[in-house]
Ligand binder design. Structure first.
Ligand code: ADP
Ligand code: MG
Ligand code: ZN
Length: 498
């Protein structure tokens, strides 16, 4: 029988608010020394009261709006009870039946597959838990122990739950990448999977293709890269049909992904599942979400990557590929638009310039940004958008050669110098007058008698070789077209004199 996968993703997104979800401790737990971002509230001492972080609520609304969700008029917090040492209070403040955002959707473009429409069930607010580090077999005693860092307890966490509308690993990948992109465009979090600020749990089941039943699913955890999610889903899509086909049943269970072995392993069966005994958080009254606030947030939302990409294709006449690369990060798209805007061009002139600017931003500048040393955020480079625009202008006007432009860019990158200054100081202006070029051409001809004989013998490609020699001698400054003309002329003269 042919099977179809049914997948729903639950994603925990950490917010980068200044303070924690329910107290005024800093939320910068990653960079802080262990247990330095703590107070009676997040340590769960008796008698304390949580206070809701308004910035976190605002971020939750932004995420909900970006995912086309309805924003609740009234939302409330609930206690989710379970005993585990990372949970300071013995319960997590979360949301159960009245989450802040409901019923949205996301359209995705999976690699090599048709577009897909994925429902979003809900987005709710909760708090992160403390971080435990297990250390085994310490020293000669061989003891094991667990270190506890409370800094992370109480950091704002959003859970984004999808409908079981995902049917392939490529759709899941596209969904995750787009959600990360949205979080980063909004600036509400880093959405970094490796550092744990974006955690994906995948619920996977299979069913006979064409049916609409929902069969038992497993929940796969412990994947800290997008690639791992894709592999884990593919593993389950292969494993589960085999279970059904052999007459068995897929059990409802939690499985962990073992990245090295490339398999999922049972962690917890349904019998061991927690009963969380949710009940309303008595210390936080339900929140009424003011409609004018929601409208303000809506009108301040950024233009997201998909729309921006389409606009770049239309407005600047860029290829789909260039526009996609430029809009993959908001800062890159902003930078590119500043570069183009600083020229004040219109119509075809603007398109021609934009195309050239895109090549430099996506090409040489991106290469410098990706190098291990130096800043990796485009907003942190020493190269102001106006300066890059002047460089692109110089290159586009053929005032400097490609090699010279690259040299200037490197200098701008390391010192922040203005391109025309670098060009002047290093004498990089393109050489196109014959007075300067003729001596170099003569030298090339004198030093390469074989190429000259080739030319006389009718091999016109010899000119190309000699142009290369001229470029070398002028360190790329010669105007290649002019050099080729002058070379041909001189060679014809040599030939005629024979
Ligand atoms: P729970 O409360 O146990 O987490 P939910 O009903 O809230 O369960 O669903 C959690 C996730 O599991 C959602 O993303 C949902 O889309 C997905 N899901 C539910 N049923 C299935 C199924 N049969 N196959 C795959 N995913 C499912
Ligand atoms: Mg769940
Ligand atoms: Zn605190």
């Amino acid at each position: 029988m042919e099977y179809e996968a049914v997948i729903g993703l639950e994603v925990h997104v950490q917010l980068n608010t200044r303070s924690k979800m329910f107290c005024s401790c800093g939320a910068d737990y990653q960079s802080a020394e262990p247990n330095t971002r703590v107070c009676p509230v997040c340590m769960a001492l008796p008698g304390v009261l949580p206070v809701v972080n308004q910035a976190a609520v605002e971020s939750a609304i932004k995420i909900g709006l970006a995912l086309n969700c309805g924003i609740a008029e009234v939302t409330k917090f609930d206690r989710k009870n379970y005993p585990y040492p990372d949970l300071m209070k013995g319960y997590q403040i979360s949301q159960f039946d009245m989450p802040i955002c409901n019923e949205g959707w996301m359209d995705v473009k999976p690699e090599g597959e048709p577009d897909a429409h994925i429902g979003i069930t809900r987005v709710h607010m909760e708090e992160d838990v403390a971080r435990l580090t297990h250390i085994e077999n310490v020293g000669s005693s061989g003891h094991s122990h667990t270190l506890m860092d409370i800094n992370r307890a109480g950091v704002p966490l959003m859970e984004v739950v999808s409908e079981p509308d995902i049917h392939t690993s490529a759709q899941a990948e596209a969904y995750i990448l787009k959600l990360q992109n949205i979080i980063r465009y909004l600036g509400v979090g880093t959405a970094n999977m490796e550092e744990g600020s974006f955690r994906v749990d995948a619920n996977v089941s299979v069913r006979p293709k064409g049916s609409d039943e929902l069969r038992e699913r497993v929940e796969v955890k412990n994947m800290n890269r997008v690639r791992a999610v894709v592999r884990a889903i593919e593993y389950e899509i292969k494993r589960q049909p085999e279970v059904w086909e052999s007459g068995g049943r897929v059990e409802m269970e939690t499985r962990g992904w073992d990245d090295e072995a490339g398999v999922t392993i049972v962690q917890r069966s349904k019998e061991e599942a927690h009963d969380y005994r949710y009940f309303p958080e008595p210390d936080i009254p339900p929140l009424e979400i003011d409609r004018t606030w929601v409208e303000e947030i809506t009108s301040a939302l950024p233009e997201f990557a998909d729309d921006r990409q389409s606009r770049f294709e239309d407005e600047y006449d860029l290829s789909e590929y260039d526009a996609a690369v430029l809009t993959s990060a908001r800062a890159t798209a902003d930078y590119f638009e500043s570069v183009v805007a600083s020229r004040g061009l219109e119509g075809d002139d603007q398109s021609a310039f934009a195309k050239e600017a895109a090549n430099w931003v996506n090409g040489d500048l991106a290469r410098l940004l990706n190098a291990p040393e130096g800043p990796s955020e485009i907003g942190d480079t020493k190269i102001e958008p106006e300066q890059l625009a002047s460089l692109v202008g110089l290159f586009q006007a053929r005032t400097i050669s490609n090699a010279a432009a690259k040299e200037v860019l490197e200098e701008m990158w390391s010192s922040g110098a203005a391109p025309d200054k670098v060009v002047a100081e290093r004498g990089l202006l393109k050489v196109s007058n014959s007075d300067e070029l003729l001596p170099v051409i003569k030298e090339a001809i004198d030093n390469n008698p074989n190429a000259v004989e080739d030319f006389i013998g009718g091999k016109e490609t010899a000119v190309r070789f000699l142009v290369g020699q001229v470029m070398k001698a002028t360190r790329g400054r010669a105007d290649a077209g002019v050099a080729a003309d002058l070379l041909t002329q001189t060679l014809e003269e040599v030939k005629a004199a024979r």
